[in-house]
Write a protein that binds this ligand. Structure first.
Ligand code: AMP
Length: 625
């Protein structure tokens, strides 16, 4: 999406119904990863994409694969594997949004936790695309309810996450059950050895796609970042920033044309002089908007990357990236709309928790740190409003306006009403600020969410940014708990209970298998999974206190290493939570063996400890991505 990348969706050989859907969604141009991947995948090649959330990777595989689909065939033609049910649902929703004008097309997400009868019924509708979590896909294959013989293309999305969650064996087993002649795309933010091994074993001459990051200097621009997700939160954050930052002219970048219009309307309704600038406007209209911004008739323009290309308005001293850009080059171009001709400028970036990975790339590309900022508080806004009110009074008193009439009136009113001039001034101040109160109403207290609510929250379907205008950052992500601080600290031991599960070392189970199965099948945030201890024929696991009985019921049915967990509470056994013990207690169930007591990292990203007793999953360190 740079000045030198003129690729349009219409250049990409996409069928008319898909182009129409993209237009409905307000997508203006392909992101760099899309511009590269779409032709490669359309031509039947294998693609290895180094890309993370926020780059537009879903459309990068969904659009070309959709354009090659034959809606007349009744067997699944595309299989997408995703690490979590949330991602599976989102990817399926993206397919649905892109295919809304394609007749006879069906996509089906299949994931753990949803009842089999529902999935079986949906499978009978002959979906052409299946998006599933590995465990559930394996189950359907084993039950003979998912026929992979017609698969023409396969996608592994967020492959490194699948590895981290312990699904890599399942993934390999699924891959080996797909037809030999089929296309494959693999997307991963990182390329650990295990993923490379998969690419070697299962992919045919894949083209690696990685968006190059050029470094640029942006010395006179102060770069800040606010971690914020969810449409309402972003809008509130934006208005607070506009109230508290000092600026002359502002440009706000949004991802879609639809969003530029929506934001312009919302800001206008809040009293700002704002307008949208996007590719739907003709040249004359765009020029008019820019000249109004230049002359100060407009203070805020909300633009897409394309429309703001080359924009040179010296009074812009604040750039807000309301939606994170899809690549660093586009970020550098966006913030370069301020700090023109040696002036100073400020750039504020909104990033959803799961978009944190892109921040590092931006810091590398700009060779400057992003300063993390807090959302301006209610007090900050109040202080700012009082200060600007005060400035207005000072200006009025120092100005040319003759106030004699008002002075006399004040004296007269005070006498007539028998009130002091202080009381009178207070009443007038109150009346003067009524439209925009100087003191904001108190914030509703933040309530600690219950376990049940939290998991319901994670289940909530979420539209994608352009898709019906909502942002993917609405929900807390796997491993992220906004309600307990940025880093999503784990629960203390006192909030955990210990459960026994009927699968152990002799079944060949590993800690990561248990975490992956429980996280997906019972939809429990993996951060809520405490210590796991493996024994020979059973294991113990710490889970939050007060789990709903339906969730416990669901866990009874979860299979790991072909064995049902048959989970039961271990009464009277205390959880260890975050505590690190110097040595594990002796396991009476099994003879002591010559185990070493070292620590090594397991592939789930946690550390496990070998002891004479059992294998422990110590609570994972909070992830920072
Ligand atoms: P992804 O990286 O696939 O998770 O996509 C991130 C967000 O960007 C989603 O909300 C998409 O709807 C949106 N998106 C993807 N491609 C484009 C595009 N070319 N123009 C505008 N928005 C896009």
């Amino acid at each position: 999406m740079s000045d030198t990348s003129p690729v349009q969706f219409t250049d990409l050989n996409l069928p008319e119904p898909i182009l129409k859907a993209l237009n409905d969604l307000g997508y203006e141009t392909p992101s760099p990863i899309q511009a590269e991947c779409i032709p490669l995948l359309q031509n039947g090649g294998d693609v290895l994409g180094m890309a993370q959330t926020g780059t537009g990777k879903t459309a990068a595989f969904a659009l070309p694969l959709l354009s090659n689909i034959d809606t007349a065939l009744t067997k699944p033609q595309i299989l997408v594997l995703a690490p979590t049910r949330e991602l599976a649902i989102q990817v399926a929703e993206a397919f649905q949004a892109y295919s809304r004008h394609m007749r006879g097309f069906h996509v089906l997400p299949i994931y753990g936790g949803q009842s089999y009868p529902i999935q079986l019924k949906a499978l009978k509708r002959n979906p052409q695309v299946i998006v599933g979590t590995p465990g559930r896909v394996i189950d359907h294959i084993n039950r003979g309810t998912l026929d992979l013989s017609g698969i023409k293309a396969l996608v592994l999305d967020e492959a490194d996450e699948m590895l981290r969650m312990g699904f890599i064996d399942d993934v390999e087993s699924i891959l080996s059950k797909t037809p030999e002649k089929r296309q494959m795309a693999l997307f991963s933010a990182t390329m650990p050895d295990e993923i490379r091994r998969i690419t070697k074993r299962f992919m045919t001459d894949p083209t690696a796609v990685k968006i190059a990051t050029k470094t640029s200097t942006v010395e006179n621009i102060e770069q800040k970042c606010l971690i914020i997700g969810g449409l309402q939160a972003k809008l509130d954050g934006l208005t607070r920033i506009l109230e508290t930052e000092d600026y002359d002219g502002v440009i706000i970048f949004a991802r879609t044309k639809t969003m530029t219009v929506e934001l312009a309307e919302k800001l206008e309704a809040r009293g700002y002089s704002a307008a949208a600038l996007n590719g739907d406007l003709n040249q004359a209209m765009r020029e008019r908007t820019v000249s109004r911004l230049k002359s100060g008739q407009l203070d805020i323009v909300i633009a897409t990357d394309v429309a703001a290309r080359g924009l040179d308005v010296p009074r812009i001293d604040l750039v807000i990236n309301y939606d994170i850009p899809t690549d660093t080059e586009s970020y550098v171009h966006r913030i370069g709309r301020t700090g023109r001709a040696g002036r100073k400028g400020t750039a504020i970036l909104f990033a959803a928790p799961r978009e944190r990975r892109l921040l590092k790339a931006i810091e590398r590309a700009t060779r400057q740190p992003l300063t993390m900022m807090e959302l301006p508080s209610r007090d900050d806004v109040t202080k700012k409003r009082i200060a600007s009110f005060r400035d207005d009074i000072v200006k009025m008193l120092a100005g040319d306006e003759n106030l004699d009439f008002y002075k006399n009136l004040t004296a007269q009113l005070s006498e007539e009403l028998e009130v002091s001039e202080l009381d009178l001034a207070s009443a007038l101040l109150f009346m003067a600020q009524k439209e925009k109160p100087l003191v904001l109403p108190p914030e509703a207290p933040r309530r600690e969410r219950s376990f049940r609510e939290e998991d319901r929250g994670r289940n909530d379907r979420n539209d994608r940014g352009g898709d019906r205008g909502r942002d993917r950052g609405d929900r807390p992500e796997r491993g992220e708990r906004p309600d307990r601080g940025e880093r999503g600290e784990r629960r203390p031991a006192a909030e955990m209970e210990v459960f026994r599960i009927e699968v152990g070392r002799t079944d060949g189970v590993q800690v990561k298998n248990i975490v992956g199965a429980i996280a997906n099948e019972a939809n429990i945030n993996s951060r809520n999974i405490g210590g796991i201890r493996l024994h020979d024929d059973y294991s113990t696991i710490e889970l939050p206190k007060g789990m709903p009985s339906e969730q416990l019921q669901q866990l009874q049915q979860v299979y790991v290493c072909n064995k049902a967990l048959r989970m039961s509470k271990l009464e009277g056994v205390a959880a260890e939570g975050r505590q690190e013990r110097s040595s594990a207690p002796r396991d009476n169930d099994r003879p002591a063996r010559d185990g070493h007591r070292g620590q090594r990292r397991d592939t789930t990203g946690g550390e496990r400890r070998e002891s004479t007793g059992g294998e422990e999953r110590r609570p994972r360190r909070p992830r920072r991505d």
